[in-house]
Design a protein around this ligand. Structure first.
Ligand code: F6R
Length: 611
């Protein structure tokens, strides 16, 4: 949420900043801005996207080898030119870009107003800029100390890059809660909210940790805690290729990411499945396996799409490992004073590994003695650092704001974990274990087959693109997939969509069915099939339109439904991985036909680092 980029070195900063902002735009896109330092400071910022900023800077002086940029997802103050970052302090001594929220900004602002400060924006960031400046001017300390002193007064989360006009050849970076990565080059440094804008310049990075402050000049980097303790920076190599962050000929990242799923799921398996498909190895959790096997209860914590993956996990762990599972929205769990026991297993699931509520939830249970595992896509993310053990999903960078490949990789990991635990606990026979691994191994090829249905799905999309409401219904393992299908549609096409367990329809929602209401029914050949057939009939009797997802060769549902989309036959344990693909494609094509910005849907941003 919000993207920060900054540069110091010998190159012209402007193109690096603009390219970086384009790469980070998925984190927020309601305004954008840059400041360049070349003698004095020049700031260009505006409401809108990076392309609007590009337009604004045409024919302007964009010289300078030090600079910072920001692409915003509004929290305090509506999207506007004034609220766009960077923010300058009142006397022009400090320039700040910020990702996060200063929770006590109102109190600090009041204090600053009493000291004569006035404000030009409604943001919490401008308050911070003025607070730093006020300390700097009144206490006559260095810029770096003024930053540290100011941050000790701040409640909230921040990823920050700051320039003091008196030392314009230095960047000050700080982090608490919101990620910040420093790319290390030859007498140059690249700063960004994630590694994506950095990889084309260097593969050496430092992940700033909470409450660390870095003073960065061309000659080096001085890293400290807020309390002035020196830290030696830990430089890591990142393994991220540029083609992973390009569209590779697709019109949108989302479509590219949908089509990548056969290979991303293969990447999730890689090195984790025995060649003879007889067992899984999950290196990340082997050390804690005895604790996992003895767990009395599993609590899965996540938000959004990751929460849907957790619901799939619940079915699988209960069915195959016979351990009771509770699935919690991180944002609800953390405020409930939850009861957590030492022999609980907590599994936090997050694509980004930076979702504020998910991180806060695991921090809250840390003292309980429970084992905390992370399932996460981003190496080096906060979640991966703050859990006892975990498994990376290896889906590669997901740039489309609507999650697709991360979801299927999360489910792949959860399925592997559930089956592995089931086999170790002997709640799953070795024959069934091997049979299910074999089923999983076939999934990438079967997804390829589902992707071949794209033109049919596109034709269905063209029929329903103008509807205002939709239902998705499924049972068992496909109920979470119904929720996920509805979320995909609503978030990128702005059509109201609801997912329901099919049997719940008659407890209320069926009242909404009429000839205008499309119902997407997930009715594959599984243990709920007969019941789903009845549920489809109930919809048809009320003149609803049914788009049914069925197993190839189904002879029954085709006669009732208005449209069918066939998927290959598979074991129901792995069916979510196939069933979600047509739903992703349907949402994508409907959104494109409605002229929506698929990769950057309104009001949203990737990586929700605010609570
Ligand atoms: C929806 C979507 C979001 C995320 C949610 C959690 O397509 O992407 O619902 O799933 O914001 O994000 P992570 O998984 O990064 O914790």
């Amino acid at each position: 949420m919000c993207g920060i980029v900054a540069y110091i070195g010998d190159r012209t900063a402007f193109p690096i900043l603009m390219k970086g902002l384009q790469r980070l735009e998925y984190r927020g896109y309601d305004s954008a801005g840059i400041s360049l330092f070349n003698g004095g400071a020049k700031t260009y910022k505006c409401q809108g996207k990076v392309k609007d900023l590009q337009h604004l800077t045409n024919n302007q002086d964009v010289s300078g080898t030090v600079g910072m940029g920001h692409t915003r997802w509004a929290t305090h103050g509506e999207p506007s030119d004034n609220n766009a970052h960077p923010h300058a302090s009142m006397y022009g001594k400090f320039y700040v870009v910020h990702n996060g929220i200063i929770e006590n900004y109102a109190h600090l602002k009041k204090e600053l107003i009493q000291r004569g400060y006035s404000f030009v924006s409604e943001t919490d960031t401008e308050v911070l800029a003025n607070l730093i400046e006020n300390i700097y001017l009144e206490e006559k300390v260095t810029a770096e100390l003024a930053v540290r002193l100011a941050l000790t007064r701040v409640v909230g989360a921040y990823g920050l890059v700051i320039v003091c006009a008196d030392i314009p050849d230095a960047l000050i970076a700080a982090r608490k809660g919101s990620p910040l990565v420093i790319g290390v080059g030859e007498k140059e440094y690249f700063l960004a909210s994630d590694a994506i804008p950095i990889v084309e310049y260097t593969d050496e990075v430092i992940y700033l940790q909470d409450e660390e402050v870095a003073l960065i000049s061309r000659d080096g980097l001085d890293l400290k805690t807020l309390n002035n303790d020196s830290i030696s920076p830990h430089v890591e190599k990142i393994n991220l290729s540029i083609d992973r962050i390009d569209k590779n000929g697709y019109n949108h990242f989302m479509l590219k990411e949908i089509h990548e799923q056969p290979s991303t799921i293969t990447d999730t398996f890689r090195g984790r499945m025995a060649a003879d498909e007889s067992k899984f190895f999950l290196g990340g959790i082997m050390d804690v396996l005895p604790k996992l096997m003895g767990a009395k209860r599993i609590v899965m914590i996540a938000c959004g799409t990751s929460w849907h993956a957790a619901l799939v996990g619940e079915y699988l762990f209960e069915r195959y490992a016979r351990i009771p599972v509770e699935v919690e929205y991180a944002s609800e769990f953390r405020y409930r004073n939850p009861i957590v026991y030492e022999d609980d297993l907590i599994i936090a699931i997050s694509q980004s590994g930076e979702t504020a509520d998910t991180l806060a939830a695991i921090r809250q249970v840390k003292g309980s003695g429970a084992t905390i595992l992370g399932i996460c896509n981003v190496a080096g993310s906060s979640l991966s650092r703050e859990t006892h053990a975990g498994v990376y999903t290896h889906a590669g960078i997901e740039i489309g704001v609507a999650s697709t490949k991360a979801f299927t990789s999360q489910i792949t990991v959860l399925t592997m974990m559930a089956l592995l635990l089931g086999s170790k606990r002997k709640t799953l026979s070795q024959d069934d274990y091997a049979m299910l691994i074999h089923e999983m191994a076939q999934i990438p090829a079967k997804i390829e087959e589902v992707l071949q249905k794209e033109s049919k799905i596109k034709a269905i999309a063209s029929i329903y693109k103008d509807v205002t409401n939709t239902f998705y219904m499924g049972r068992g393992l496909l109920f979470p997939v119904a929720l996920e299908g509805a979320l995909k549609l609503k978030e990128i096409s702005y059509i109201h969509a609801e997912g329901y367990p099919a049997a719940e329809m008659k407890h209320g929602p069926i009242a909404l069915i009429d000839e205008k209401m499309p119902v997407i029914a997930l009715a594959i050949d599984d243990s709920s099939y007969d019941k789903m057939v009845s549920n489809i009939q109930e919809v048809k009797s009320r003149k609803g339109k049914v788009i049914a997802l069925v197993t190839r060769g189904d002879k029954v549902i085709g006669k009732m439904a208005d449209h069918i989309i066939e998927i290959p036959k598979c074991h129901e344990a792995v069916s979510p991985l196939l069933a979600v693909i047509p739903l992703q494609l349907l949402s994508y094509h409907i959104a494109v036909m409605r002229g929506c910005d698929v990769d950057q849907p309104r009001n949203l941003a990737k990586s929700v680092t605010v609570e």
